[in-house]
Design a protein around this ligand. Structure first.
Ligand code: C2O
Ligand code: CU
Length: 473
């Protein structure tokens, strides 16, 4: 009963998919306690907070009973959560012990291009990269992951990913739950592909007939047949969801069909908490929601194929016990002010996500090297409206480094509800298009560029990436 619609329209090399993948009904057989990634302690002196990370190799059980070779930051798989405070200066000392080049990109952060961890600042095995910058973002959930040319998918599917929480002193932030691991809980999903020996797959052209597994992980634990448990101690608890999958879409919902109270999208707070029945996140996207846990709640993840996984599955991923008896204050009625752009005098561009044989393109160029990829040039202060057009029948997404964007239209319709928030990664369905608007507020640089790309990592590695140069005038 699992369709293969995801490969319709793909080039010949992609049509080898015969593995139907797993389709899972929701009743898992085992339980285990939810693991919360460690918080990385920084050291503060002279008003700079320093964090130390090491990208390293290791092993982990990605499929039950099988040991996989993996990569992680400061550990074997995934990495610790960093907290940055808006307005502070951070310095990161990141050592590469992977045995190959890497970069560390701060996905969603508004930092100078040279500090942003794109392909131009790759560093070799044995080297330490030390970016430093002022945190200009306000409260939001970001993440960090590798971004070297051609190896992003490989390194990410082996486990290189971690969450960044930016805190600020806004009223919303002080009114919302924020005790990490107690009432502020990260949920990092990875829908992966591996063979039965546990080899994690990232370049899925050519061996799709070999009977792959498609494990789903939550905070590094396989939840294919396991529901994780979390014992709530606060009635109001905040969850930060990151879809760190290489390509699949993760939709979060409650098993009882009840609402989630969404408070933030990729790039920070919505204007007000918004009741939704589900939250759909393309690979790379984040969202935050709060739950009232005076009764127990089970969260489900629906995994929808983005690239090679056949079909979808619904998983009972997290069973949350009812809390004690504390009665939280009402949620703040206003969380944020979002001035919607009037785009009438914005500069217009079209960005086309395309395909050429087995390569992926942006505006016709195969972005597998800095010199081959399309370059968008703009100037400081420019306000722009971009039409992102998916000229293929494949699922894609659109991620822009440096600045957040507003959605102006989604497949011809006006955005509503949570789509009125700020984004940096959004779905562009096969044959569809979105219009986005943004403003390039600072950080001109004629040497280092930001990137824009599909966040399906294999597509990015196969060329669906372009660069953005912001000059003074
Ligand atoms: Cu999350 Cu350019 O990447
Ligand atoms: Cu894509």
């Amino acid at each position: 009963g699992v369709g293969l619609g995801a490969v319709a329209g793909a080039g010949a090399a992609f049509s080898l998919l015969t593995e139907a993948g797993k389709s899972k009904a929701s009743a898992a057989t085992n339980t285990a306690t939810l693991t919360v990634p460690d918080l990385l302690e920084g050291t503060t002196s002279d008003s700079t907070t320093t964090f130390t990370l090491e990208a390293q190799t290791g092993t982990a059980e990605v499929i039950s009973g099988v040991t996989s070779d993996t990569m992680g930051y400061n550990q074997s798989f995934l990495g610790p959560t960093m907290k940055w405070t808006s307005g502070d200066t951070v310095l990161l000392n990141i050592t590469n012990s992977l045995g190959e080049d890497t970069t560390v990109h701060f996905h969603g952060a508004h930092v100078p291009a040279k500090m942003d961890g794109g392909p131009q600042v790759a560093f070799a095995d044995g080297e330490t990269w030390s970016p430093t910058f002022t945190v200009k973002d306000d409260a939001k959930t970001l993440w960090y992951h590798p971004h070297a040319l051609g190896t992003t998918a490989k390194q990410a599917v082996h486990g290189l990913a971690g969450m960044i929480i930016v805190e600020d002193d806004s009223t919303a932030s002080s009114d919302l739950p924020s005790t990490y691991g107690t009432d502020d809980i990260p949920l990092i999903f990875q829908s992966l592909a591996a063979d039965s020996a546990g080899d994690l797959k990232y370049n899925l052209t050519g061996y799709l007939t070999s009977g792959l597994e498609f494990p789903l992980l939550l905070n590094g634990t396989n939840v294919d047949d396991t529901t994780l448990t979390f014992t709530a101690t606060k009635t109001r608890t905040r969850f930060r969801v990151l879809n760190a999958s290489p390509s699949d879409i993760i939709t979060i919902q409650r098993s009882d069909g009840g609402n989630l109270n969404q408070i933030a999208t990729d790039q920070g707070y919505l204007t007000a908490a918004t009741e939704v029945t589900s939250i759909r996140l393309v690979a790379g996207a984040r969202a935050e929601f709060v739950l009232d846990l005076s009764d127990a709640v089970t969260l489900q993840a629906v995994v929808t194929t983005g690239w090679v996984r056949g079909g979808s599955g619904t998983y009972d991923v997290l069973a949350i016990t009812a809390s004690g008896t504390d009665t939280p204050d009402d949620l703040p009625s206003s969380l944020n002010t979002i001035d919607r752009y009037d785009t009438s005098d914005f500069t217009a561009r079209t960005i086309t996500l395309g395909q050429s044989g087995t390569s992926m393109t942006i505006n016709g160029s195969v972005g597998t090297s800095m010199s081959a990829m399309a370059m968008i040039s703009t100037t400081l202060g420019s306000k722009e409206i971009w039409t992102i057009k998916n000229s293929t029948q494949l699922e894609h997404s659109f991620h822009l480094h440096d600045v957040p964007y507003q959605l102006i239209s989604i497949n011809g319709s006006d955005p509503t509800g949570v789509d009125l928030g700020w984004f940096d990664t959004y779905e562009v369905v096969g044959g569809g298009s979105i219009e986005i608007a943004m403003e390039f507020t600072d950080f001109s640089d004629d040497t280092y560029m930001y990137m824009l790309h599909c966040h399906l990592l294999q597509h990015e590695d196969e060329g669906m990436m372009a660069s953005l140069m912001i000059t003074d005038s």
